[in-house]
Design a protein around this ligand. Structure first.
Ligand code: ADP
Length: 512
């Protein structure tokens, strides 16, 4: 194990010497794990109660030292603290983690000899296990082919630039993505935990060995691997660690920039928080109809829902009207406007199916959490820089919009709503599935209007009598079959989001 870690991270040789020199792992202590996982809370530096064990007698008694064999992390990005409890740090700084709570961890910054420099709270996605796969400059974690393409075709990357990622699809595993002149090729990495290969006749015991081999030797039809793909700095999942639990913030902390869009219920602006982070600021047009207690309760639930394909709610400002809702900023705006734009019109069917799969993934998480969206449509999905799609407007949509739906009949999104939701107000995950079928129609028509020839009332009548939209032009057969299943009259006959995600994943044309 020591050898493997030394090879993966030669810069930490002093630390490895301290960890491996004369130390014999006692039963239950386990030693340092060499696997690729990032979490791994069982490092030997912690007692079963989670307390930090005292380090063994230190030669310099006044200096605290990191416990022997504790899990060491490295900063892969610099970070500027935003709160007095947080640590600022530079890329390459070393940490010993004391406690992991959600996305913000308490850690000690240490030097190469394991001496503690300071202690504080750090964003976990800025760190990688020092000995882990995440630490490799070419490992990009979970990512789909479209995000990988966007990274590799971005500035600073030449022919041969490459990355290894873990596919979003459950059955694919690791994928090697390599840039040729102006396109990207994706190779599935076969094998199990101990064997990795792209070509059957060249098998390796680690991904590091595989990369080393193809950095020198040619990969069929592709050439040798060049430089690792340039990385983009991640965003933190919160404004700072404090807003995880304290999300009511004063409006003065935000500056409004240009308007991004305007809806029936809100105007949305690009903005900044304390001049540090870009955010989207949604200003509610009228709060008079709002049930304020319900609003606060819903915000509490929303803060606990976190998923790669759901918009993150950062904070709210409700001390004075109009209310502000602060969320992460999605550079390409709504999926509907994206699909209708020249860029959206250029997306091929594989890319469109992938967008559907991303939405199904986010919805499958909501389904797991017994949360119902009630207004799923392309206008309520947002698109980020790397074509990442995130479901927006869930939860709060009900509190904000329902009073209007009740009082102003015409505001009900008839064309997206399941018959039982319109007739009896019976919203469920299965009524969301109906709406998802309509969203697939919007995707495959590049933002077409559903039931183009029918009014809202006609849609309800016709659909109740069994009418269903015909397959859009060029819509693959499998996709239309999925839509029809989503539009089963009986909610129980509709698929769930988990299986929809799997079907969309496995029916794409290419590997991943
Ligand atoms: P409403 O619910 O009142 O219809 P929306 O939430 O749909 O308002 O927002 C209106 C528009 O603002 C969207 O169509 C989109 O273009 C833009 N928008 C909303 N949220 C964001 C965000 N987080 N990032 C970027 N643009 C956004």
């Amino acid at each position: 194990m020591g050898e493997c870690l030394r090879k993966a991270c030669p810069c930490l040789e002093t630390l490895w010497q301290r960890i491996f020199s004369d130390k014999k792992a006692s039963p239950g202590e386990g030693g340092v794990h060499g696997g690729s996982g990032g979490g791994g809370g069982g490092g030997g530096g912690f007692s079963s109660s989670g307390e930090v064990r005292q380090p063994s007698p230190s030669p310099a008694p006044t200096l605290e030292r990191v416990p022997e064999s504790g899990c060491i992390y490295t900063a892969i990005w610099p970070f500027e603290s935003r709160h007095t409890d947080e640590l600022s740090f530079q890329e390459g700084d070393l940490f010993s983690v004391i406690s992991r709570s959600g996305d913000w961890w308490t850690a000690r910054r240490i030097d190469k000899n394991g001496r503690v420099l300071d202690t504080g709270i750090v964003p976990s996605n800025y760190l990688a296990r020092a000995e882990s796969l995440e630490m490799q400059p070419w490992y990009f974690g979970t990512m789909n082919r479209f995000e990988a393409q966007s990274h590799l075709l971005g500035p600073g990357n030449d022919r041969g630039a490459f990355l290894i990622r873990h596919s979003e699809k459950d059955n694919v595993g690791y994928v090697l993505s390599v840039r040729s002149l102006n396109r990207v090729k994706h190779f599935k990495i076969h094998g199990d935990e101990n064997i990795f290969y792209v070509e059957h006749n060249h098998q390796f015991s680690s991904l590091i060995d595989l990369v080393e081999h193809y950095s020198i030797n040619t990969l069929t039809n592709t050439g040798t691997l060049g430089n690792p793909c340039k990385r983009k700095k991640p965003t933190t999942p919160d404004l700072n660690h404090f807003t995880v639990d304290e999300w009511e913030l004063p409006k003065e902390e935000f500056t409004l920039e240009e308007e991004l869009g305007t809806g029936y219920f809100a105007d949305v602006y690009r903005g900044r928080w304390k001049n540090i982070i870009n955010v989207a600021i949604k200003i509610l047009k009228s709060d008079s109809e709002l049930n304020h207690r319900e609003f606060q309760r819903e915000v509490q639930i929303l803060k606990s829902l976190r998923h790669r394909h759901l918009i993150a709610l950062f904070a709210v400002c409700t001390a004075t009207t109009p209310y502000y809702i602060i969320t992460e900023l999605m550079e390409k705006g709504s999926l509907l406007s994206f699909l209708r734009s020249p860029e959206g019109q250029n997306q091929d069917i594989a890319a469109l199916v992938d967008m559907g799969a991303q939405v199904a993934d986010g919805m499958s998480y909501l389904e797991e959490k017994n949360s119902i969206h009630r207004d799923l449509a392309a206008r309520n999905v947002l698109v980020g820089e790397d074509y990442i799609c995130k479901v927006a407007d869930f939860g709060l949509a009900r509190v904000i919009k329902e009073p209007f739906y009740i009082t102003e009949d015409k505001k009900i999104p008839y064309k997206w709503s399941a018959p039982e939701a319109i007739s009896h107000g019976m919203f469920s995950n299965k009524s969301d599935v109906w709406s998802f079928g309509v969203l697939l129609y919007e995707i495959t028509t590049h933002g077409g209007v559903p039931y183009p020839a029918l009014s809202n009332q006609e849609v309800y009548e016709q659909v109740s009598r069994g009418y269903r939209m015909p397959a859009p032009a060029k819509c693959p057969d499998f996709l239309y079959k999925i839509m029809l299943k989503c539009w089963s009259a009986e909610p129980g006959d509709r698929p769930d989001f988990k299986s929809l995600k799997m079907q969309l994943d496995s029916s794409s044309y290419e590997l991943d």
